[in-house]
Design a protein around this ligand. Sequence first.
Ligand code: MN
Length: 309
Amino acid sequence: MRIGRAAGVTDTGRRRLRNEDAFVCEPPLFAVADGMGGARAGETAARLAAAALEESGRGAEGEDALVALIVEANRRIWEQALADPSKAGMGTTVTAALVDSRAGTIAIGHVGDSRAYRVRDGVLEQLTTDHFLVAELVSSGVLTQEEAERHPQRSAITRALGTEPTVDVEAFTVEGSPGDLFLICSDGLPTMVSDEQVAAAILTADGDPSAAAEALVAAANARGGEDNVTVVLFELEEGDEPDEPAPVEPAAEPAIEAEPAVEDAVAEEAPVDDVRTHGAGAGGRLPALLFVAAIVVVAVLALYWGLGR
Ligand code: MN
């Protein structure tokens, strides 16, 4: 078994001004984070979570490693919140999947109400249980299911990343087989789109993760798009993972980005975001150099010609 195609899409939706969701789609690690907290704190929390997972996730394997990644993400958000009073109380959900191709298993770790599903033979199966306050009140007999559905705090979650110095991560491992499609999403999908509609959209996309991701986001928006919506999908297929790819060398990137800095006047005109494009465009000086060289050659030939007479 190996990981096939994968795709991630995030969208602000139709009601919210900002997108406080973030995602990771870096095989074998996939995750969705849904931030909360005012003054852009939710955005910060979700992005910190995604960045922490992405950064320390390379080479991670297994359920314990996944839990450790999430605990580390929690620590970083908590520390950031302590350091910056404007971010006090920020938090985020996280639902992450780490695929172990050799073992044919997928470790799932989650905190909050972002979900993981597995689609097998066209059947959608929810793997995670939301950490809803009302769900816990129902299971402890305080509320009935019906009361829970109308409860004013029905979307309140009992666990989040970054709101406490430590976090209780729910984790488990499921087996995967070729043909399986895994879906991780923020609550903006299930609150807008029923499980049947999610399954139908994936079926229509014929299992193609990119097409399915676009279809699911479109479906959430078509039904109101009241929240940010984020979906990450990956498929499992027959075969073995190729041998370890050559590690990406992070050192190469700063070197390229540093180059335009010495490129005086031209570099100053370029907005910061364009620095890399600009660096890549350093070859743009080549035609000018060739032109100068051509003039020199012509001048030298003219000189010889003139002296020869
Ligand atoms: Mn949400």
